[in-house]
Design a binder for this molecule. Sequence first.
Ligand SMILES: [Mg+2]
Length: 278
Amino acid sequence: MTRKYRALIVDLDGVIWRGSKPLRDNIKALKLLRGKGVRIIYLSNNATRSRQEYIIRLQKYGLKADLNTVINSAYAAAEYVKEHGGYKVFIVGEAGLFYEASLVGLLPVAMGTEAEYVIVGMDRFVTYSKLAYACRLIKGGAHFIAANYDLTYPVEDGEDPGAGSIVEFLKGCSGREPEIIAGKPNPWILDLALRLNGVRRDEALIVGDRIDTDIMLGALNNVDTLLVLTGVSKPEDIERYGVNPTYIAKNIYEFLVENKELFSVYIAEGFEDSNCRS
Ligand SMILES: [Mg+2]
């Protein structure tokens, strides 16, 4: 059955921008869809920044967003802890994670202070003593929360260790598994995004550039997916991960031109290319 999509759940890195470079064909298509009433929800695994920072960056490219339509793994992890009654948290992570934790009403504590929860995200300022303290808390019974499990992340000249590598370190020394991995491809962040926007799984299309996170998120949770070739994954990677996107396209704009019937909003009004010059 062909579905009609009311909302797009869009990844950021590799879809909206790559490094400092905006990806114009994708941005153009999203503006067009939003103008036709399709809800655009941005979903990123990056836990180093706050949602507010993304809202400002998206605005620079003419994309409107707010705290309900931008969701990252820092916020998803913080929201999980809040909804499970947590308060004092020890954070291994960067400013975005501290900011989102504070914003939902958690209290990030310093080393040496007791905490019921340890939240782990990407931390480029990680130290041995920070990890040692987090490990003691986890071994002592604190909840072990991972913002995401991305072992690496792309940088200009290759790949560097991501949050998942820090999570692995803490798994090794504590002998415990995280209670939850908040980010993609796990259901928590997806369900949070859908809940905040009043969208059902069968009304949404996940758009991303990575098979192991974006496309896997849809495959594991029965949401249709569009793989765009503007970021890291290539068609030949599909076999490696054994997961098939519902659609593959060079970029969102090309997909839109070929598949306008998938967006029910077009049925009445038709599709006008002249609206979408950016
Ligand atoms: Mg990406």
